[in-house]
Design a protein around this ligand. Structure first.
Ligand SMILES: Cc1cc2nc3c(=O)[nH]c(=O)nc-3n(C[C@H](O)[C@H](O)[C@H](O)COP(=O)(O)OP(=O)(O)OC[C@H]3O[C@@H](n4cnc5c(N)ncnc54)[C@H](O)[C@@H]3O)c2cc1C
Length: 473
């Protein structure tokens, strides 16, 4: 090999390549580079991945706009003579775009300023277990090799397998989580296909913007992983807000034009509903189809999610999976924790695994659903003797004062050890209240400690003094 060729080869070799600048990949790239590893981060679109660009950040900015609209509509309840004149969707969108752009630019700047780190814009795929081919966004191509390769390519909205869907999926009124946040007007009638967390957040948001909203859920309850009583209570709240909910809605055909989408349902009483827009929120598909994983011999499950062990290693030595692409749990903080696990094992010589880690999450409906640990259903399956405390929010002074009495707090405890096994906080700031219970679980505090703790009055924390007076058995 000529010395020129050898030098060129060396230049395209990295200690680590990270594919996808998601919530785990970005901090990992920085940490490895700071530790002296020659690192490449390859991103096909925007730094920050789904969370920053199409997920958490934009949805929560728009949920905030929707909440202002809702509160404006309630102004009279608080003795304020004001009313919402309407929604300027272009301004809602601009606010969202500005916040996203600022975060994205900040994140990109930090990457560009990191020594030993190359940020490469392009679509990556495997050539073999140590080589990556990149179709650069600027038109060129490149090939790189690396000792270690990390896959953090995330997911995209899954499309339903329903007759007729292929003929409507490219219509401008058939939306996913990306396109719905780029609308410049409020849909007249939005049908939300899917009653999971993403579907519910958008359903309530657009109802508050003024759309008629119908949620079509194929199961018998919304949020199928939650306890039935919690899911029912959320459904009641959404219905109070004027959202129509169709449970057990098995769609048998979709038809439509750019102005109307019709869903047909099978069964004896065949019926249809028609809306102006359809949001598809039926789950997520892993971004592995473009990676050519077979070229490297990397195994996936039958849905295409990368298989990893508890140390996030794939079946191929030196190749790892991070975040949603490994099958979740699909949350930003879990992808970030994957980064912590890899950092510990690769840079700190530890033997950390993802086994048994806590998976808190919050669904940003209003009221929020903050969740930690086991549901009641899961706790009962363990065979442990459990007790369940449940208290309506109307019992909480803080909630009454600010007019947020909808929802309830539910905590499952171990009857013997008195430790908290799980909680579902369907309440104002439910995510924050959940975190207090999470801390108690982390510190292995028995519930009577919370019951007798002094919390400032009037805060939501104070509810932890009273909830344990509400055991059902
Ligand atoms: C609407 C919505 C709302 C959400 N709200 C929340 C929330 O409130 N809280 C929460 O915790 N989670 C939320 N999530 C989930 C959260 O966004 C994800 O769990 C998180 O972004 C996962 O990060 P990740 O590391 O797996 O990768 P991602 O953030 O998905 O990033 C993957 C990156 O890889 C890039 N990529 C893909 N293929 C290639 C390739 N071949 N070559 C180069 N680059 C590639 C993509 O462009 C993308 O930038 C939400 C998701 C959605 C869709």
């Amino acid at each position: 090999m000529s010395s020129d060729k050898a030098a060129a080869r060396k230049a395209s070799h990295y200690d680590a390549i990270i594919i996808g600048s998601g919530q785990g990949g970005t901090p990992l790239a920085k940490a490895l580079a700071k530790a002296g590893w020659r690192t490449a981060l390859i991103e096909r679109q925007y730094v920050g991945g789904s969370c920053l660009n199409y997920g958490c950040t934009p949805t929560k900015t728009m949920v905030a706009s929707a909440r202002v609209a809702y509160q404006a509509g309630r102004a009279n309840e608080f003795g304020v003579l004001a009313r919402a004149e309407g929604i300027d969707m272009e301004q809602v969108r601009q606010r969202k775009r500005d916040i996203v752009l600022k975060s994205r630019n900040g994140s990109e700047k930090a990457l560009l300023e990191t020594e030993n780190l190359d940020l490469i814009y392009g679509t990556a795929k495997f050539k073999d277990a140590k080589s990556i081919f990149v179709q650069r966004n600027n038109g060129g191509t490149a090939e790189f090799t690396a000792d270690k390769i990390f896959i953090d390519t995330g997911t995209r909205a899954a499309m339903p397998d329903i007759p007729g869907f292929d003929s409507v999926r490219h219509l401008t009124n058939v939306l996913d989580n990306v396109s719905i946040m780029e609308l410049d007007c409020v849909p007249s009638h939005l049908i939300v296909l899917g009653g999971g967390n993403i579907g519910l957040e958008f359903a309530q948001m657009f109802r508050r913007f003024g759309s008629r909203v119908t949620i079509v859920q194929s199961d018998g309850q919304l949020l199928t992983h939650e306890d039935a009583d919690v899911a029912k209570e959320i459904a009641k709240i959404l219905e109070e807000d004027g959202i129509e909910i169709l449970l057990n809605g098995k769609v048998t055909r979709v038809t439509g034009t750019g102005t109307e989408i019709t869903l047909e349902f099978g069964g004896e009483a065949k019926k249809k509903i028609a809306g102006t827009h359809l949001l598809v929120a039926v789950g997520r598909t892993p971004n592995t189809n473009e990676l050519d994983l077979p070229a490297a011999g990397i195994e996936t499950d039958d849905k295409g999610f990368v298989r990893v062990n508890t140390r996030l290693e794939t079946n191929v030595a030196g190749v790892y999976g991070i975040g949603d692409v490994k099958g979740g749990p699909a949350f930003t903080h879990i992808s970030y924790d994957d980064y912590r696990v890899l950092r510990a094992n690769l840079l700190e010589n530890k033997q950390t695994t993802i086994e048994g880690r806590m998976v808190p999450y919050t669904i940003f409906t209003d009221p929020q659903l903050g969740r930690i640990g086991m549901t009641e259903k899961e706790a009962r399956k363990t065979g442990k003797e459990i007790r369940v405390a449940k208290m309506p929010m109307i019992f909480v002074a803080r909630a009454r004062e600010v007019g947020e009495m909808r929802g309830s707090m539910k905590v499952v405890v171990d009857a013997k050890s008195k430790q908290i096994l799980g909680a579902a906080l369907l309440s104002m700031e439910g995510g924050e209240v959940m975190a207090m219970l999470q801390l108690a679980m982390m510190g292995k505090l028995a519930y009577p400690v919370l019951q007798e703790a002094i919390f400032a009055h009037p805060t939501l924390a104070e509810s932890l003094n009273v909830i344990f007076e509400h055991f059902s058995e």
